[in-house]
Design a protein around this ligand. Structure first.
Ligand SMILES: Cc1cc2nc3c(=O)[nH]c(=O)nc-3n(C[C@H](O)[C@H](O)[C@H](O)COP(=O)(O)OP(=O)(O)OC[C@H]3O[C@@H](n4cnc5c(N)ncnc54)[C@H](O)[C@@H]3O)c2cc1C
Length: 411
């Protein structure tokens, strides 16, 4: 039976970060991954020459963990405009980040979407957290809808912009999510300009895997772990169709799938429809939302206006995202897209529909950052469900689990 200091189960962002830290500290570590590629929820497939991420993802380079552990330049990030366009009854309005696009401020104010009272309420709600993350980490937390009510944030800014925009980000169309978590997200949007790697979101875990291998970690794909049992001052890890391996410590970074005694977490789902088109309905790369909420879709974007690398030359890729559970049919989604983009989508070709039931761990109030990573018997747990439902949270959890392992092994 092969022997390691540490076995990491799962090669998502959390597992890859943990393995890198452990290998850099000189530990003999191997990552066992059930699938045939690294990345977990962050994967990209090439379909008919189009790069399809598993659902609509963006990478925010302002995340502290990304700044610290990711070579963003090497990913050749294709950034989206820091703006959202909103389909209203009789027009489309584009709201841009006032500090990044100051020239757009008059149009934003003239849109009728941001009334002075709403702007004040928005500042009251998010302002302190934008100035300091501590504002979200200390103090009371509650459901987002309640927090907006208390801040006096009502009207079109809330209903036509914030609700649909955030529904696609937090996979929650009812604003039950922790207000503190959403304010932290808003803070990261205020400072970063998100984008997608030129080669697809899967380039992020691919880079992390390269870093882990260079540090000395082994990564074995198509190695599904089926059981973990105490054995000789450590654990015996059983693998489907392969010999068992042994390690003094095991890091469980298996995401949101139940099993292997990972503490359960409630999850939220997302559905993304990917369409190919010969012509783009707009030249704008901004995310578009339906301010009238006339259908299942919460956001849509012409990916190729920001990331031309996502489609073969001369073609366009459009994503449309719904929150699960959803009974939406292709007809429902196309009807809403026709209306939102003011175009005939019949020539668009559906490339794929991604239903990701376990997209994100639910972040219910009160927000609990830094959930325990030690299971107490030489097993550790990492994943976004230990920190925050994000790339940031997954990377930090992997680092924390690795630090706990290192501290315990050196005792
Ligand atoms: C559609 C979608 C959009 C998102 N958009 C964003 C975004 O824009 N910005 C953002 O910050 N975050 C986003 N996220 C969240 C982000 O992708 C996750 O927080 C992060 O990828 C979680 O990483 P993880 O390592 O914790 O888990 P996972 O990625 O789930 O990794 C778990 C790994 O464990 C493996 N595994 C499971 N069981 C076993 C087993 N028995 N044996 C071996 N291996 C096993 C799995 O195959 C997988 O590779 C999005 C997520 C989804 C689904």
């Amino acid at each position: 039976m092969s022997e390691y200091d540490v076995i990491v189960v799962g090669a998502g962002l959390a597992g890859l970060r943990a393995a890198t830290r452990l290998a850099e500290a000189g530990r003999d570590v191997v990552v066992l991954e059930a699938e045939d590629a690294v990345g977990g929820r962050e994967r990209t497939d090439v379909v008919d020459g189009f790069r399809l991420d598993l659902g609509f993802h963006v990478l925010n380079p302002a995340y502290p963990a990304v700044r610290r552990w990711v070579d963003v330049d090497a990913l050749a990030l294709r950034r989206f405009p820091v703006a959202v366009s909103v389909r209203l009854e009789d027009r489309v309005v584009r709201l841009a980040h006032p500090l990044r696009h100051p020239s757009s401020l008059p149009a934003t104010l003239a849109s009728g979407l941001v009334r002075p009272t709403d702007a004040v309420a928005l500042a009251r709600w998010a302002g302190p957290t934008v100035l300091s993350a501590r504002a979200a980490k200390t103090g009371a937390d509650r459901a987002l809808s309640e927090a907006w009510d208390r801040a006096g944030l009502r009207g079109p800014l809330r209903e036509a912009v914030l609700e649909p925009f955030l529904a696609g980000v937090i996979a929650d169309d009812r604003q039950e999510t922790s207000d503190a978590f959403v304010r932290l997200l808003v803070r990261s949007f205020a400072f970063g300009r998100p984008g997608v790697p030129a080669a697809g979101i899967g380039a992020l875990p691919a880079q992390l895997a390269d870093t882990a291998r260079r540090a000395g970690a082994g990564i074995r794909l198509s190695h599904r772990v089926t059981g973990i049992h105490p054995h000789r001052r450590g654990h015996r890890v059983e693998i489907e169709g392969a010999d068992a391996v042994h390690a003094r410590a095991v890091v469980l970074s298996t995401g949101l799938a139940p099993g292997l005694d990972v503490p359960p977490s409630r999850d939220r789902g997302l559905q993304t429809w990917w369409f190919a088109a010969d012509e783009a309905p707009t030249a704008d790369g901004a995310l578009r939302v339906d301010g009238r909420r006339r259908g299942p879709m919460v956001n849509t974007a012409v990916m190729t206006n920001s990331a031309p690398t996502y489609a073969p030359r001369g073609q366009h890729l459009i994503q449309a995202t719904c929150v699960l559970p959803s009974e939406a049919s292709e007809t429902d989604v196309r009807r809403q897209l026709d209306d939102v983009w003011q175009t005939d989508t019949r020539p668009w070709r559906l490339l794929r529909r991604d239903d990701i039931a376990r997209a994100l761990p639910a972040q219910d109030p009160p927000l609990r950052l830094r959930r325990r990573v030690r299971l107490g018997d030489g097993r550790y747990v990492a994943g976004d469900h230990r920190d925050t439902a994000s790339i940031q949270g997954a990377l930090v959890s992997g680092q924390r689990a690795a630090e706990a392992v290192l501290a315990d092994l050196s005792r």
